[in-house]
Design a binder for this molecule. Sequence first.
Ligand SMILES: [Zn+2]
Length: 70
Amino acid sequence: MPGNFYTVRCPDCENEQAVFGKAASTVPCAVCGTTLATPTSGKAVFEGEVLDIVERRERTDTIAGESEAQ
Ligand SMILES: [Zn+2]
């Protein structure tokens, strides 16, 4: 299930803010408080311009090299 973040530009102050695509509650702009995203039954509806989509990486574990054998 995708859990992407969206970079949304506030229509009032042009602050760029990352908003979760499935926001469970209204997301206000951190600067001026304008509503940037409104939750719906499916995914959030964005009030500002969506500049970018950031896919959440499922694989965050780092594989350490263990080739060193003595
Ligand atoms: Zn704003």
